[in-house]
Design a binder for this molecule. Structure first.
Ligand SMILES: NC(=O)c1ccc[n+]([C@@H]2O[C@H](COP(=O)([O-])OP(=O)(O)OC[C@H]3O[C@@H](n4cnc5c(N)ncnc54)[C@H](OP(=O)(O)O)[C@@H]3O)[C@@H](O)[C@H]2O)c1
Length: 384
């Protein structure tokens, strides 16, 4: 079915719906973020957003907010196609609520990318006589704003963000392994904020041994929901039971080890509340990443924040398991060629073999810079 394109005024309301959708950031995933605006003609009546996983959808929130308003809404502007399915849900679909509220025009930012529902909600509304307006270019914006949701639709692993902090000359630690601290307080607080929005924070045992890190989000101003899982990849269970990571005892600490790791080490860690899980050994070093990511996905981890040292970070890259990079760059220089860089990975001899980032974001965090972007996926037959 084809629908009319939005007018400039309708596009402006769609931009507001996308802004509202961002209110759900960190709290709705792996659901999509959705925002909605109700209008009477071209007059604003009420706003709504999907704010929490399992909570009301944006359309329902906006309809509830419009009760008692002086104007009766006739138009819904919503960043994503309204849901139309009843299967497995406790509440009726949004399409039913929209029709029951007497809405006559629905302006939609993007089709539901789930092939099981795609277009179904709009078809139901159109069949009931509602004027449906669809932004034809809205899919790309929706994809940028909802990467974990799309990753979940496409694969059985979490969306992976790889973070590192480095000096301006590209070093993540000194030659002696000291990396505390490369960046200033504002950047470190920002990292904790990002950790808090993840379902799990993961590192390698090399970092745990060097930094005695906890991987928690204690500097975050507000945890939007349960604290993230803390995960270490440690094939031979070299993690000391006295490590700060273990001592935190928040019942959300997991270590992936090889199945032939010393059972007494596993027992000592389990006795302190760590969830020791088994994974196959990787061909080169440590545990195999794909089975670990599949297992995390099965346990509900959709957004994975990786803060690894150069070896594990490179393994994620070489296995093409990174969706996004977030690098903090400090205005400091170590001036030492033998100090490690962020990725100790595969040799690339030509610039056209370099992995490219797109949708770049650059922000100041105190004296440091945060540079982030999504890994550009190579088209078939193209170099990475
Ligand atoms: N500036 C930053 O952003 C930053 C961040 C993190 C770390 N660092 C620094 O990096 C240094 C530590 O570097 P690192 O490279 O040793 O740390 P790492 O990459 O965090 O840990 C490496 C270890 O992880 C284990 N591992 C498990 N599965 C793996 C896999 N599939 N591939 C690779 N490794 C796997 C391996 O030990 P097993 O074989 O024993 O399992 C490996 O030796 C420290 O100086 C730390 O301060 C800096």
């Amino acid at each position: 079915m084809s629908y009319r394109e939005p007018s400039p005024a309708e596009r402006a309301w769609l931009a507001r719906a996308v802004e509202l959708a961002r209110l759900g950031r960190g709290a709705v995933e792996p659901n999509p973020r959705v925002g909605a605006v109700l209008l009477a003609g071209d007059q604003w009546v009420a706003d709504g957003a999907h704010r929490a996983f399992g909570g009301p959808h944006a359309e329902i929130e906006a309809l509830a907010a419009s009760k008692g308003a002086p104007l009766r809404p006739d138009t819904l502007v919503v960043s994503l196609e309204p849901c139309s399915a009843t299967a497995g849900k406790k509440t009726p679909p949004c399409t039913a609520a929209i029709l029951a509220a007497g809405i006559r025009r629905v302006v939609v930012g993007a089709l539901d990318p789930d092939p099981r529902h795609r277009g179904e909600g709009l078809a139901q509304l159109a069949q009931a006589g509602v004027e449906v307006v669809l932004e034809p270019e809205g899919g790309a914006l929706f994809a940028r704003e909802n990467a974990p949701f799309l990753r979940q639709l496409k694969s059985d692993r979490p969306h992976v963000v790889l973070k590192w902090a480095m000096t301006l000359d590209g070093r993540v630690a000194t030659v002696s392994g000291d990396s505390r601290w490369i960046t200033g307080e504002a950047a470190r607080a920002d990292v904790h904020e990002r950790r808090a929005y993840a379902d799990a924070v993961l590192t390698g045992v090399g970092t745990l041994l060097a930094d005695d890190c906890r991987l928690d989000a204690r500097l975050s101003r507000a945890l939007p929901r349960a604290a993230p899982w803390r995960v270490v990849l440690d094939a031979d269970l070299r993690t000391p039971p006295t490590a700060a990571f273990v001592a935190l005892a928040d019942e959300r600490a997991a270590i992936y080890a090889a199945s032939d790791a010393a059972p007494e080490r596993a027992a000592a860690l389990r006795a302190r509340g760590v969830d020791v899980r088994c994974a196959p050994r990787a061909a080169t070093r440590g545990v195999a990443l794909e089975p670990v990511l599949r297992d995390l996905h099965q346990r509900g981890i959709r957004r994975l924040w990786v803060e690894a040292g150069p070896r594990l970070a490179a393994a994620f890259f070489d296995a093409l398991l990174v969706d996004r990079v977030c690098a903090y760059v400090a205005p400091r220089l170590l001036g030492s060629a033998s100090a490690p860089g962020p990725l100790e990975g595969a040799l690339r001899l030509r610039m056209d073999e370099a992995l490219a980032l797109e949708e770049l974001g650059v922000e100041r965090c105190g004296d440091d810079l945060r540079i982030e972007g999504a890994l550009r996926r190579a088209a078939p037959g193209e170099r990475p």
